[in-house]
Design a protein around this ligand. Sequence first.
Ligand code: SAH
Length: 382
Amino acid sequence: MAAMSLTLPVLPETPTAHAEGTPQPLPGILDVPNDTLRAWLAERRQPPMRISQIRKQILANRATSFEEMSDLPKDLRPQLAAAFSIFSTRVERHMFAMSDDTHKLVLRLADDKMIECVLIQDDGRATACISTQVGCGMGCVFCASGLNGVVRNLTVGEMVEQLVRLRNLTDPKSTNPDRAPRLTHIVVMGMGEPLANLDRLLEALAIAGDKNGLCVGQRHVTISTVGLPAKIRQLADVGKQYHLAVSLHAASDALRTQIVPTNDKTGIPAILEAADYFYETTGRQVTYEYVVLGGLNDGPTHAKELARLLSGRKAHVNLIPWNDVEGLPYRRPIDGNLQGLIDTLHRSGVSVKVRKRKGSEIDAACGQLRRKVEQETMGGTP
Ligand code: SAH
């Protein structure tokens, strides 16, 4: 049966100044450094406190134009609108899965690159899944995001914008116990390798956690990594309560290197040691993600190896049946094999869950919709 989904119309929203007929995108205010903004305000005899007012308006009050920022002087608002835009990104495509209220946005960045982000709504949670890079350099063989490598890291503002845009899709007046009126959780599981852009990610998450920002508590933030040991240790040492998810996908180095090519340089033992350090330092249990690829890593031997590797650890396993990516030669596991993995892990005392599939009718697998939109709008492979 065809699942119901809608492509919602995208209305123009970002004002652009026109120089000799060429649209010049205005700088997105979330990425303008404080010093620059302070100087810009000083030239107009405005105090630096305007910066926090503006940011609070966008982050906490859902303002989408300077005009509606009623706590700013009336004559300052058009001046701001002429110099900056609220968002540096544009919504290129907005998909909505009616079956489970999942939204997916393809955003076009100021340099015309595209990224994706997703809002998942269930059980009273509203979870934003955000990207940290354009493309991905890790090259996991089953993943759509890395098919063409990494292009660049996202800026702090580009990451915050994804959160703000997704939060703006939640209903602040919701009384439905299943639909949160605000953003409650963040998973950094979109395109890119978060720990390859860690410093900026931490800045973006600090804004997300601020009481004048999006108010998402640290314990409600999950960062998923391919497993970069030095960066995992760095994250452990920042003194935050973020949750760490490590994409394991195989329990032997030979198979993991086949599925996750960067494993060649790191190897499973160094990743597990870093993850153990993360647990010891933060007290936060580590989740191991395991994309289940039919016939490749889902047999009884794989299950036993995985159980052996994790049974002594305080670990949780998330099994993710592979989401189809057009053109890739993998398949989802048959039910018996998935159950085999679950049972073997249970028997070894390892906590395990199968990740629910969300928004599958809108290409929710990482990087898929962006590829499709790029191919449509550019008429070829990106
Ligand atoms: N670079 C990070 C974030 C990737 S996305 C990482 O490697 O963890 C989050 C998770 O989704 C990862 O475990 C990733 O391997 C997995 N994933 C990517 N494409 C997938 C697909 N087509 N089907 C199922 N899981 C996928």
